[in-house]
Design a protein around this ligand. Structure first.
Ligand code: AMP
Length: 305
């Protein structure tokens, strides 16, 4: 089943302790699509400026990502500049230049409106709400957000919570949004406002999925070399939703499996700059990593006689 994603299509400039990359392909929509395209067909909606290297983005088409919803507008592309110091869990935003995103109004092409899975990746919550007016009763609507929007568009974000089935956000964002320091209380606060499931990501410390009174935890894959954490969250979401769309099963057991697929895709994303590693990873590497997750958390509960 197809996934429709609306998100940022950016040029990122990133500094990590291991190197530097300028004006590389980035944005929540791009990372999500690169990841989800391993599992299912993806329809991407976003905007780029006339300066965007479209030939690089077109590389996604060969992977089953339909770019008919990516508009080119006059002006500068969205740019994000960030730095990671030795704690690779938190990005320091040095600059956000909205460029053509400031005047963007998403237009969902007619052939995208029936997508059964919709992911509202990290963009202005006002745009996320506009998308929902243009789609026809998807089976699952999920969204993401970040501190930038929690600070500047809190009201619209709360309205959005009432319209989605699931939200993914990191622990800092969950605390900032809910003003609760305890993550269980934070998840309950969010679920009380709409979503049936809340996924709270904790970077290298894994991810929790809260659903009613149940909680599931998946570790992050222990990597010896993390090059660039940018896009880990969006790639997690791409693996999670991509797997759900591929299997079409929204039962609890499959949601748990999807969290592990999300963790696996997040771990590939951080092994290279931009979306490079995500694009080259093979089906068998993904399967092998899922198996390693199962071994990572397996233990024997029986007591010696
Ligand atoms: P993450 O998965 O959280 O690491 O997301 C990283 C991506 O988010 C980068 O590629 C950025 O281009 C993008 N990004 C950063 N700030 C914003 C913002 N305010 N709105 C939308 N996308 C953003």
């Amino acid at each position: 089943m197809t996934v429709l994603v609306v998100g940022s299509v950016a040029l990122d400039s990133v500094e990590t302790p291991f190197g530097k990359a300028d004006d590389v392909l980035g944005g929540s929509g791009v990372f999500f699509s690169s990841s989800a395209s391993h599992f299912t067909k993806v329809q991407l909606v976003g905007v780029v400026g006339s300066d965007y290297p479209m030939e690089r983005l077109r590389g996604l088409e060969g992977r089953g990502v339909d770019l008919a919803g990516v508009e080119t507008a006059d002006g500068e592309s969205f740019r994000w500049r960030g730095r990671y110091r030795h704690d690779l869990n938190s990005a320091e935003t040095l600059e956000t230049r909205l460029g053509v995103f400031s005047n963007f109004r998403p237009k969902i092409p007619a052939q995208f409106r029936d997508a059964p899975f919709v992911f509202l990746a990290n963009i202005d919550p006002r745009l996320q709400l506009e998308v929902l007016k243009q789609v026809n009763r998807p089976r699952l609507i999920a969204c993401d957000t970040m501190n930038f929007w929690i600070e500047s568009r809190r009201h619209e974000l709360l309205e959005l919570l009432g319209r989605v089935d699931l939200i993914t956000l990191n622990d800092g964002e969950a605390r900032q949004l809910t003003e609760q320091s305890n993550l269980i209380k934070a998840a309950k606060w969010i679920m009380a406002r709409g979503p049936r499931h809340v996924i709270i990501k904790k970077g290298e410390h894994g991810a929790f999925m809260f659903s009613e009174d149940r909680v599931f935890f998946a570790p992050a894959y222990p990597l010896e070399n993390v090059f660039d954490p940018t896009g880990a969250g969006d790639s997690f979401a791409g693996g999670f939703i991509g797997w759900l769309a591929r299997s079409g099963d929204l039962g609890e057991a499959n949601l748990r499996r999807a969290v592990v697929y999300g963790s696996a895709m997040g771990s590939f994303a951080v092994e290279g700059f931009s979306n490079a590693r995500l694009l080259e990873v093979t089906r068998s590497e993904i399967t092998a990593r899922i198996d390693e997750f199962a071994r990572l958390v397996a233990f024997d509960t029986s007591l010696p006689a």
